[in-house]
Design a protein around this ligand. Sequence first.
Ligand SMILES: [Zn+2]
Ligand SMILES: [Zn+2]
Length: 644
Amino acid sequence: MNKTEKIEVDRSLSENPVKKVKSFFKRPKKTDVDNTGKSEVIEEKKDLVTKKDVIANDTIKDMKNRKKVHKGPKKIVPTDKDHPVPNKKEEKLFVIPLGGLDEIGKNMTLFQYKDEIVIIDAGIAFPDEALPGIDIVIPDYSYITNNKDKVKALLLTHGHEDHIGGTPYLYRTIDHNVPVYGGKLTLALAKSKFEKSTFGKFVPKMKEARGRSKFKIGKYFEVEFISVTHSIADAYAICIKTPAGKIIHTGDFKIDLTPVDGDGVDFSRFARLGDEGVDLLLSDSTNSELEGYTPSERSVGESIRKEFEKASGRIIIASFASHIYRLQQIVNEAHRVNRKIAVEGRSMVKVFDIASELGYLKLPEGIMVSLKQIENLPDEKAVLLCTGTQGEPLAALSRIAKNMHKHIKIRKGDTVIISATPIPGNERAVYNNINNLLKNDADVVFKKIAGVHVSGHGSQDEQKLMLNLVRPKNFMPVHGDYKMLIAHKKTAMETGIPEDRIIIATNGSRVEVTKSYAKLAGKVTSGITLVDGLGVGDIGKVVLRDRQQLAEDGVVIIVLTIDKTTGKLLAGPDIVTRGFVYSKDADIMINEAKVIIKEKIETLKEDDAKNWSILKVKTKDVANKFFYEKIKRSPIILPIVMEV
Ligand SMILES: [Zn+2]
Ligand SMILES: [Zn+2]
């Protein structure tokens, strides 16, 4: 795993230029929205009353609210058949998210009915600065491990890392005969993970899905793939039918009415399934805090076109490798202005290979050249397409910005386009790159000022449209941190979903779904597993903290020799440092530290001085305090006590 390959694209949250488009569906009357964040209290209360009460209350509320939820010409009159009187024998289905809630990334949701489980997505998250040395983060798979005989299928919504990146790790846990279902491109990307994986050459059975593909899985499950638009081809929502109820999981989606390619959103299928009755909708919350519509991907093509027309020298453009539509638009614009393209960055090269071979990326004859060839082209003929939109230290754009790239040196006349926004947490690295590029006289174009990026996730009006198409009985926002889930909840209430029909779950929640209600019903083991190179899950918090400290402040080793009978200091302290300070002043400071530590030890009571663990703690304390006061740093301090 290369941690610099941040593939998932559009977690940009706050910087979207929100274009207000008049909605083309009837906006329901704004109901009173609870702004006090009472939802949690209500969930808790719900758990306190007895199960029977909940069922009864929910049913009554459901009967009352049904009219409110199902509006318009497709009004469904509730009948006894639609709403069988719930009883203890009512069939139950459990939805268990293991990742993607209260966070961005590592999406994974289990659907369990009786002794069968199907899993939607097996994503990874990328570590933030608090997890140095960690390559990726995956959900805690304990629940799956404990129920591995029940797992019947892995369904993949689309090929982004936060949905497929964990697949090889998951298959270390589950039976190798469990098939993977997904779109063609998704499966190809997932397959390449197994081929590269160090876990052996095993590749699971793959079953290709298209829009409206239906599969019978196990004894009870029937699943259907429904086309949506997103920033990668072959993105699907998935409908899951069981005897206990019907659920739709949107996956990542936006509603792009002018998509660059692909089938677009299958509105009529969503509406039809909605007519038939959907017990629970799980929907993407990534952009739930943004009003209006996310602009069409096509608008980015127009912005890129303008930049390409303006540029007189070389064009260096950075994009997410997995953003196939973006790559296609860049290829198209390069072709239009008669330029050649070289591709740089491992993940970018991989996606170009896979996507062009499968026909998802259409490359005009002769447009691709090697890095070496591009150096020999006239400036106005060259486009370099590279990775590094997030300022990842080893990615192509970062190396170019720091003048560390073997072939590409920035010079006056170069136009550098960053076709993405920084994912929260990466801002500093991205702006460093931009500053470095500017210092080298490049023209730098990035989204904030140029519209060269739009999100792949729908904003509020698109979320409303999805809710109106499906008109679910119950709603559960997914894919987002807590504030995004709550924003999505409010949006859902505006469309007429009653508050007590909206479930705010977290990773590990067990959501019970029947034909008459959905509610939180307990928890399963959940958490994170850290993947460090080849090791999975063997890195604890202490190791991480040490790494963080080592990386930032280095290490100071203090060696003391003590007479074990008297506790007197016989030699030392000697101090060795690594990665801490390196200057002439350091010697003076280290000598000062020696004196202070020596003084401290000599003032210790004899019993304390003879007890090496107390001695270590005291030494550590005094050294810590000293170095922090001196230079505001906290190195790892390792006292070594030798007793003679
Ligand atoms: Zn995605
Ligand atoms: Zn995603």
